[in-house]
Ligand binder design. Sequence first.
Ligand SMILES: [Zn+2]
Length: 248
Amino acid sequence: MRSLTLHRSQIGSGPLILVNAAHPISQAQADLQLIPPHPRYPQITLERQAAHLLWALLQATDRMGVIVPVSGWRSQAQQQAIWDETLASEGEAFTKQYVALPGCSEHQTGLAMDLALDAPHIDFIRPHFPEDGVCGLFRRLAPQYGFIQRYQRHKASLTGIAEEPWHFRYVGVPHARLMTDHDLCLEEYGAFVQTHTPVCRLDNGRSCRVSYLPCTGESMDMILPDACCQLSGDNVGGFFLTVWGEEP
Ligand SMILES: [Zn+2]
C-alpha cells in the first residue's frame, strides 16, 4: 500500500480531463511535455504518451502513410487566431459548430489530433477522414490504443460540437474501450464510472477496474493498492482511479 496526497488543482490534468464550453482548460496543463507523433510533421505535437500511442496506431493501420496529422496541440493564442479567422471567413454559426472557444478547446490539452487522408489540398477546419478504407480501419482499432472519435453526431447535444469524423482524442486504455463499448461520450463517462465502477477485460488477458474519487476539499489523502494504477483528474470535481490486474 502507498499513501498519496491529491490537491484540488490536480483535477485539471491527466488523460481523462473533460474540456468543453462549460469546463475550460486548467492552468495545470502548463507543464505538458509535447512531442511530434509523426516524424514527417515535426511542427505538429501531442502530449508525450498520446503521441507514442498515435504513432503506434498509425503503424498498425496505415502502412502506406496516407493518414496525415493536420492539427495537434494549440496554444491559447493559436486557438484564438483560428476562432477569429473562421469567424471572419465563415460566419458565427459555422464557427460555433466546428471551432471551440479559446480556452475550451481539446487541442489545448495536447490530447487531441485532427487527421486527414492525404490530398493536395487539406481543409484545416474540416479535414476529409472517411468512414471506409484505411481511415475506417484506423477508427476501428483506435480504442485499443486509447483513442476515441470525440464528436459524434448523436452526441452533439451533449458535447456542443457537431460531428467531427477527423478529431480523435486520447483518453487511454481501457477508457477508450469502455466509452466505445457503452456508447458514451466523455461528458457521460464520469457519471457512468460513478454508477458502475466498471471492470474491463483487455486483449492481453489482464483486466482493470475504474473507479471515481470526488475531491472533497483543497487536498485529500488516499491509499493506493500495490497493483499498477493510474490517476487522472476529470477537470470537473474529482479523479478517475484505474487499477490493473484485478480479476473481473
Ligand atoms: Zn480537432
